[in-house]
Write a protein that binds this ligand. Structure first.
Ligand code: HEC
Ligand code: HEC
Length: 134
């Protein structure tokens, strides 16, 4: 026989587990390591910004994102900062935002980080190292 107290304990544990799972699920959504882009950015917006970097620099995602596991280099860990190019790209993002803010008209309501008067492509033109003379 289960006592009333044992029943209550089991009920409490059940709800703790269920709410724990729900919290983990919710925490799993959305980007986790954004230092420049807005944390509430939509998935579509983030995807389109990231693919614009691929095009502007003529690279793929692995140029800036480290693999999850060295054995499987095709699976990338987007949250990780292990690839130093990601922080180099952050510097470039700050530079681009600053250029737009300081030298071009922008509407604060439109969020300056989205505005592309000067974009990565303006300088890079499909080249990750545009300073190299060809
Ligand atoms: C030129 C470098 C660069 C390239 C190429 C690039 N990314 Fe990123 N990515 C970044 C940077 C920098 C951040 C962090 C931005 C910030 O801190 O606001 C980021 C963040 C992300 C995040 C958010 C991770 C998190 O949870 O914090 C995802 C997802 C992502 N990138 C996916 C991609 C995909 C998919 C591609 C290829 C289509 C790609 N990236 C190509 C530089 C790059
Ligand atoms: C005003 C021009 C300009 C803009 C705008 C610009 N870049 Fe760059 N970027 C450069 C130059 C020049 C270099 C080469 C520096 C070198 O060779 O050391 C470079 C280098 C880089 C590198 C390689 C870092 C390294 O160690 O040299 C990355 C990654 C990069 N840029 C990403 C971006 C991204 C992403 C954007 C847009 C958010 C962007 N850049 C916008 C001029 C620019």
């Amino acid at each position: 026989m289960i006592t009333r107290q044992q029943f209550m304990t089991m009920t409490v544990i059940f709800f703790l587990v269920v709410s724990g799972i729900a919290a983990t699920r919710m925490g799993g959504d959305g980007p986790k390591n954004l230092k420049i882009l807005p944390k509430d950015i939509s998935e579509q917006r983030l995807d389109s910004i990231m693919s614009s970097y691929n095009k502007a620099l003529g690279v793929d995602c692995a140029f800036c994102h480290a693999p999850k596991d060295k054995q499987k280099p095709e699976e990338l860990d987007y949250v990780s900062d292990a690839n130093h190019m990601k922080d180099e790209a952050r510097k470039m993002m700050r530079l681009t935002i600053q250029l737009n803010k300081d030298y071009f008209y922008y509407d604060t309501l439109q969020r300056p980080e989205y505005l592309r008067v000067v974009s990565c492509y303006t300088c890079h033109r499909g080249d990750p190292f545009p300073a190299d003379l060809k």
